[in-house]
Design a protein around this ligand. Structure first.
Ligand SMILES: [Zn+2]
Length: 245
């Protein structure tokens, strides 16, 4: 606790509130104040991380807390139809008993569906969300590297725009829809908000990897019954919005 002086009344008030909150930690009912693989909504992760920072200070909070947080450059989500994908990161540490490249995890959450995926890198999580939310994205034409995609910034060149609008199906020229562009290493990161419709600009390298089996679970409260193969008619089971909770 800092020393009291008249000039520090406001600060002391914060410190007292913090001490109070620390004393009441067992009453915390939000998302866990540490790493979790359970499903929570983006708002609850935000709330929990804010609470952690209130308790422990912001400095180095990503590394110290191991909590899910937004990174500035990809803070806002991507909406496509009824879906809204939001991306979070978490930093691991050796003492967590986890290993992984860079000690990072990425999570993409689709709150309207109570869906999430946890992966060891951003691209994998982004691809899994597209598999979930944007059926058919893997069939989209790949914009060749020979066409200059941008002249700088997010705006596509006229040539690239013409190439895409002539070849992409109309239903994929809608808000939140992705484009796929040919890239070369190391520029193979999927970049959100860089499609002409505010969706992702996906690196073509995504297509070199098949649709991944889901590496995460859905929200426990919407756990589906055991998998039932598609019926002979070819109709696959849809996870509709009316699933019992
Ligand atoms: Zn969804």
């Amino acid at each position: 606790m800092p020393e009291h002086s008249d000039g520090q009344l406001a600060f002391d008030f914060d410190a007292m509130a913090r001490e109070d909150a620390r004393a009441r930690l067992d009453e915390w009912e939000g998302a866990p104040l540490g790493l979790t693989r359970d499903y929570f909504t983006p708002a609850r992760f935000d709330e929990a991380f804010e609470h952690w920072k209130f308790l422990n200070g912001s400095l180095g909070s990503w590394k110290r807390s191991h909590m899910w947080h937004r990174e500035g450059w990809n803070g806002a989500g991507t909406e496509f139809g009824e879906h809204r994908g939001e991306i979070f990161g978490a930093e691991l540490s050796p003492e967590d008993g986890h290993e992984g490249p860079g000690g990072m995890l990425t999570q993409m959450i689709c709150e309207p569906c109570d869906w999430h995926v946890i992966a060891e890198d951003d691209n994998t999580a982004v691809e899994a969300w597209h598999d979930h939310a944007v059926p058919g994205w893997r069939e989209l034409p790949v914009l060749p590297a020979a066409i200059r995609v941008r002249d700088g910034g997010a705006t596509l060149s006229k040539l690239a725009m013409k190439w895409i609008t002539e070849r992409y199906p109309q239903h994929m020229q809608v808000p939140g829809a992705p484009i796929i562009t040919e890239r070369s290493s190391p520029g193979t990161r999927h970049v959100h908000h860089y499609s002409p419709w505010g969706g992702y600009d996906l690196s073509h390298t995504a297509l070199e990897r098949p649709a991944a089996p889901e590496v995460s679970s859905r929200a426990p409260r919407r756990e589906l019954p055991p998998f039932v193969p598609a019926s002979p008619s070819g109709q696959s089971r849809q996870a509709g919005p009316d699933l019992s909770r």
